[in-house]
Design a protein around this ligand. Structure first.
Ligand SMILES: [Zn+2]
Length: 100
């Protein structure tokens, strides 16, 4: 059975559950600056690693399963920490510039 998606709820250093981005997002929602529909997952920092080698000969966009790691900053101590890891099929652009 897959461990994904895996959620890391607490800062390993201080045990705080809140993140700066979540607090900022909540404040922006309360202030009416952004839509209440926006979820943290859609805006937080992510690092995606393809789960297979990408051939350099391939040019174009292909769908590749990726490990996506979400990073947020602890609201208490400022540590950048992993908050979520998931597997997602994502479009991968291959060519002179590799972008996600
Ligand atoms: Zn912390």
């Amino acid at each position: 059975m897959s461990i994904f998606p895996k959620i890391y709820t607490e800062c390993p250093d201080c045990g705080c559950k809140e993140t700066l981005l979540q607090i900022a997002l909540d404040e922006a929602k309360e202030g009416g600056k952004v839509s209440k529909d926006i979820i943290l997952d859609s805006i937080d920092k992510k690092e995606a690693t393809p789960l297979k080698p990408i051939s350099p000969q391939l040019i174009g966009i292909c769908m590749v399963p990726m490990l996506v790691e979400h990073y947020n900053v602890c609201a208490n101590c400022g540590r950048r920490r992993l908050t979520k890891a998931e597997i997602k099929d994502m479009a991968f652009q291959v060519g002179p510039q590799v972008r996600i």
